[in-house]
Design a protein around this ligand. Structure first.
Ligand code: CU
Length: 485
């Protein structure tokens, strides 16, 4: 029996058409005895404790995953902090391996950043350690383990060790008035090795491929990692409470791709997403789109005007992924019917539509990075190089403090990669051959055989890790360490 068939029998998946046929009609469901998926525990203040230990995640009645989590759940508690107000995070590690908690998207010193490569101290097995830092900048951030997994698909970011971290800004920083707010972590579970070509997750098949080599490497590819079981937060589609809305409401969603393996898309039939922030940073030009795209590590804040009464599926447009659990039901008041899915119109993702025209000259200091994949054949992981070399490039990327750089990624591989720079913010300067400005990110998906340029200011002294946010790419060479002169 194929894995997917098993999942269908397990009752997570849609039958036949585009509805969740075998779920109990929502009007027959008892009132919520558990929290809605977006109502995960929230901790706020200046002192937090995160306990790392085995957890079970009940994605659906008959689909329970054993993994690791923070404070007994996955996602872990949402941590709400105030920008500029120092916090202490006590990490208690009840596992047998050293742990690192990385605060993704914050500008922290290496001691608190949670990265072994930068020299952050580990939280020892069956031990604990406290970290002090001042959260900044304001926005939707997140935290996750930064342990290497290598060939162990029950370690590192394949586990349930992730959660939202919300850094609140000062007065006046509220992005707007909303009737509801929901935090939505997109996840895959129980990953496994595959030697099949990965799903084509090109941002747009019509994009130019300026970095495509004239002669392709035809050696047999090695392992990739994939999954068939999905959720939003801790519930598969149809297994959790619906998000109940009323006509005319504005609902703000904070999406996070908390997976370790692939880009994800989101759509809500009949509705548009009004994108206000990318990676937690307000965009210069908010725009309404039909489909969102998030590489591993990316966040999108978008509000939806609920103006099409019915019962709908908010979920992944790809049938196997949505039917495998990546979705949630949106139920309007007084609407009783089977949740509907309607495929969205073609909607290529484009960061530049949220930007503004560039003004001023490009930074004169340039760093070029060439990414290549070395196919390793059956039974082995492919490996990756940056500028033809393996990690750590320890004398290659030396930054001068206070200098602004233009960093250009040349992706000479047959896959797109979510490139993440720790402890700094990246402003997209050019992607898909289009110039732009004002889109501030910490993770940028560089298209297959594509090119992207980002600008950043070297104003955070200390070792700085740069890597692909796909776990097995990072583990097998797709990373570099920057240092200050
Ligand atoms: Cu990658």
């Amino acid at each position: 029996m194929k894995r997917r068939d098993f999942i269908k029998m397990a009752g997570l998946a849609a039958s036949g058409g585009h509805a969740i046929g075998q779920q109990m009609p929502t009007h027959m469901m008892p009132m919520p005895k558990t929290l809605a998926p977006s109502s995960a525990q929230e901790l706020s203040g200046t002192e937090f404790t995160l306990e790392i230990a085995p957890v079970t995640v009940e994605l659906a009645e008959n689909r329970i995953v054993s993994t690791y989590g923070y404070n007994g759940t996955s996602p872990g508690p949402r941590l709400r902090m105030k920008e500029g107000v120092p916090v202490t995070v006590n990490v208690v590690n009840k596992t047998d391996v050293p742990e690192y908690v990385h605060f993704h998207g914050m500008l922290l010193p290496p001691e608190a950043d949670g990265s072994e490569e930068e020299g952050s101290p580990a939280v020892p097995p069956h031990g604990s350690r406290s970290f002090q830092f001042t959260p900044t900048p304001a926005g939707t951030r997140w935290y996750h383990t930064h342990v290497m997994s290598m060939a162990d698909l029950h370690r590192g970011s394949y586990t349930g060790l992730f959660g939202f971290a919300v850094v609140e800004g000062g007065p006046g920083s509220n992005p707007g008035n909303y009737d509801q707010e929901h935090y939505m972590a997109l996840r895959d579970w129980e990953p496994y090795f595959t030697d099949q070509p990965m799903d084509n997750d090109d941002l747009d098949p019509l994009l130019g491929k300026p970095e495509k080599p004239a002669v392709l490497d035809t050696r047999p590819p090695g392992w990739e990692v994939t999954a068939d079981i999905f959720s939003i937060n801790d519930k598969a589609l149809g297994a959790g409470e619906p998000i109940r809305v009323k006509e005319g409401q504005r609902v703000l969603f904070h999406f996070l791709n908390a997976g370790a393996i692939e880009n994800r898309h989101m759509a809500l039939p009949g509705h548009k997403f009004n994108v206000v922030a990318l990676d937690g940073n307000t965009v210069p030009t908010p725009k309404a789109v039909d489909v969102l795209m998030l590489g591993p590590g990316e966040r999108i804040d978008a509000w939806v005007e609920m103006n099409k009464p019915g019962v709908w599926i908010l979920g992944a447009p790809e049938d196997p992924i949505r039917e495998g659990g990546m979705g949630v039901v949106i139920e309007y008041a007084n609407q009783r019917r089977t949740p509907l899915w309607v495929p969205p119109p073609p909607s290529p993702w484009d960061y530049t539509i949220f930007g503004k025209p560039p003004t001023g000259p490009a930074p004169t200091e340039k760093i070029e990075m060439y990414f290549e994949k070395i196919p390793r054949g059956a039974g082995r992981f492919n490996s990756f190089t940056v500028n033809g070399k393996e990690y750590p490039h320890d004398q290659e990327f030396v930054l001068k403090q206070g200098t602004r750089y233009r960093l250009t990624f040349h992706n000479r591989t047959d896959d797109s990669h979510p490139m993440h720079l720790h402890r700094h913010q990246l402003e997209i300067a050019e992607i898909y051959g289009k110039p732009t400005a004002g889109v501030i990110k910490d993770t940028v998906v560089v298209p297959t055989y594509g090119r992207a340029s980002v600008d950043f200011t070297a104003d955070q002294p200390g070792l700085t890790l740069f890597h692909c946010h796909i776990q097995h790419h990072m583990d097998y060479g797709f990373k570099a360490l920057m240092r200050y002169a």
